[in-house]
Design a protein around this ligand. Structure first.
Ligand code: XMP
Length: 514
């Protein structure tokens, strides 16, 4: 059976990705492409339905992004959202007007066509919906019927049912439109009559043989960090080509306590990956000697990583491919924002590998969102500790030691951080927060222990809640938990006599201290 595919033409809305996610959550594969993608490319993609996204422009401006009329020749169901609705209205001869004020936020939609399949199972009452628009449709195009209205918008949803063209002025893809997911599902199942076929087990079933076919007998190298993305990439490839996949794990000496052992144990003993671990601690520490500037630390660590990876890769048999954990949001960011011909950005973990390596890229996750990667990980039997691991920065503890990175200071931070992890895990907070960690400050303070005066280090505790790391707020941990972490660190970690809690949000602060 051919897999159903919904193409989302992106007109620049901030929430276009959410449309793709809602469609996939309904079990239908979806792809986002730039609004000006060539019609030939759209035809080749063979979409089962098309969704036109919202966007910031006004369709009445001469320079506004246009609708490609040839999409109607495809004879597939179309849903226009916000700017997408206005494009459809204009194309079919409806009238638009600039609203006096931009409408933004909550509105109540009265459904005027309760029998329309678009509003099936959404209940009788007015529907709370979320709006964000300047222009509005003031007269219907020929053949169209009005499906819904709000106090300020006489035409807030419309359709030409016979042509399977539907449009809504509000945003069904956002959570602030509680019935939005149902409306999208209605479009997919009741109007476009698609059958769900997108699931992570299906993804694995098709991806593994396709990797096998593309790679054949050749060899692939992959850098593992112990995080979920690179591990899932490795597992998929391992299923496809077995030990022709060579994984390289660089121990830069900047990882958390016991991390190298835990990661190696899981990857080798449990998952049987062909893993080459390189202990490069001494080299990293020698290069970081005397360095205090955060960006300098990052550069040194990045370059040293690439150098070691390159050296290791040269010890392998002839390698033709480099596997990377690029995810779909990285791909869309380039495709949508900069137009269809934009170059896809390289993944920051291994970006900048020397050109002489001449490796072809393999990116098995480039179609997936992060939550889908987690589901693939579950299907592949990855342990929860990796699936739900907090993000950990590439430069590791080096950017959590303010000032110079030395073996002694790493030891202090590692021990303090291990207590943070243990106590947060025990209190059930490790997976509730975005990140929680210790930071070693470049100062000493006076304390008293027994009858003695001490003069020792300060640890800052940084715990934040966030959805995507773009913004964050400090976690309101229970005082008892903060107290327990603090007293254990001061009692158990030699060299620390004070713990402080960071109560700054991002912006204006950042999550990491460096
Ligand atoms: P900031 O400190 O910018 O961090 O608020 C946002 C997120 O990015 C992580 N982070 C990094 N990750 N290399 C990485 O791989 C880095 O240099 C780096 N700096 C910050 C940070 O842990 C947080 O999740």
């Amino acid at each position: 059976m051919l897999q159903a595919k919904v193409l989302i033409l992106d007109y620049g809305s901030q929430v276009t990705q959410l449309i793709a996610r809602r469609v996939r959550e309904a079990g239908i594969y979806s792809e986002i492409c730039a609004y000006n993608t060539a019609i030939e490319t759209i035809k080749q993609a063979n979409p089962s339905a098309i969704i036109l996204s919202g966007g910031p422009a006004s369709v009445q401006d001469a320079t506004a992004p246009k609708l490609e009329p040839a999409i109607f020749d495809l004879n597939v169901p179309i849903l226009g959202i916000c700017y997408g609705m206005q494009l459809l209205a204009k194309h079919f001869g409806g009238q638009l007007a600039h609203a006096d004020t931009r409408e933004y936020g909550h509105a109540e939609l009265t459904v005027l066509a309760p029998d329309s399949p678009l509003f099936a199972d959404t209940g009788a009452g007015p529907l709370p919906v979320w709006m964000s628009h300047g222009d509005k449709v003031v007269s219907l195009p020929d053949n169209f019927v009005c499906l819904g209205a709000t106090k300020t918008l006489p035409i807030a949803a419309m359709a030409w049912p016979e042509a399977k063209i539907y449009a809504v002025q509000f945003h069904p893809e956002v959570h602030h439109t509680p019935m939005g997911a149902t409306i999208i599902r209605n479009f997919l199942f009741k109007i476009a009559k698609l059958s769900p076929s997108w699931s992570m087990s299906n993804f694995i079933k098709t991806e593994v043989p396709s990797l096998k076919e593309r790679i054949g007998q050749k060899h692939v190298v992959c850098a593992l960090s112990g995080g979920i993305d690179s591990t899932v990439v490795a597992l998929l490839l391992h299923r496809a080509i077995g030990n022709n996949l060579h994984c390289i794990f660089v121990d830069n000496g900047l990882l958390r306590k016991n991390e190298v052992q835990t990661v190696t144990q899981v990857l080798v003993n449990q998952l049987h990956l062909n893993l080459h671990t390189v202990d490069a601690t001494e080299l990293f520490l020698s290069r970081l000697k005397g360095v205090t500037d955060p960006e300098q630390k990052r550069k040194i660590i990045g370059h040293t990583f690439i150098e070691i990876f390159d050296q290791e890769a040269h010890k392998l048999p002839q390698v033709d491919f480099l596997a990377q954990g690029t995810l779909y949001p990285d791909v869309i960011e380039s495709v949508s924002a900069k137009g269809p011909s934009a170059v896809i950005k390289s993944h920051h973990n291994v970006g900048g590998l020397p050109e002489h390596m001449q490796l072809k890229l393999i990116e098995p996750l480039r179609e997936l969102f992060k939550d889908e990667v987690r589901r693939v990980a579950q299907e592949l039997g990855l342990p929860e500790q990796i699936i739900y691991r907090q993000p950990f920065p590439g430069p590791g503890l080096a950017i959590r030691i303010l000032g110079e990175v030395t073996a002694k200071r790493l030891e202090i931070l590692r021990n303090a951080d291990a207590i943070v992890q243990e106590e947060m895990q025990a209190a059930g907070y490790l997976q509730k927060v975005w990140q929680g960690f210790a930071v070693l400050l470049p100062l000493k303070t006076v304390g008293v222990m027994g009858d003695d005066r001490t003069y020792e280090h300060v640890i800052a505790l940084r715990v934040v809640d966030s959805i995507d790391a773009m913004t964050a707020d400090w976690s309101r941990l229970p005082y008892e938990l903060v107290a327990q972490i603090s007293s254990r660190i001061i009692n158990e970690v030699a060299g620390v006599n004070r713990v402080v809690y960071d109560v700054s949000s991002k912006p204006p602060s950042t999550i990491e201290w460096e």
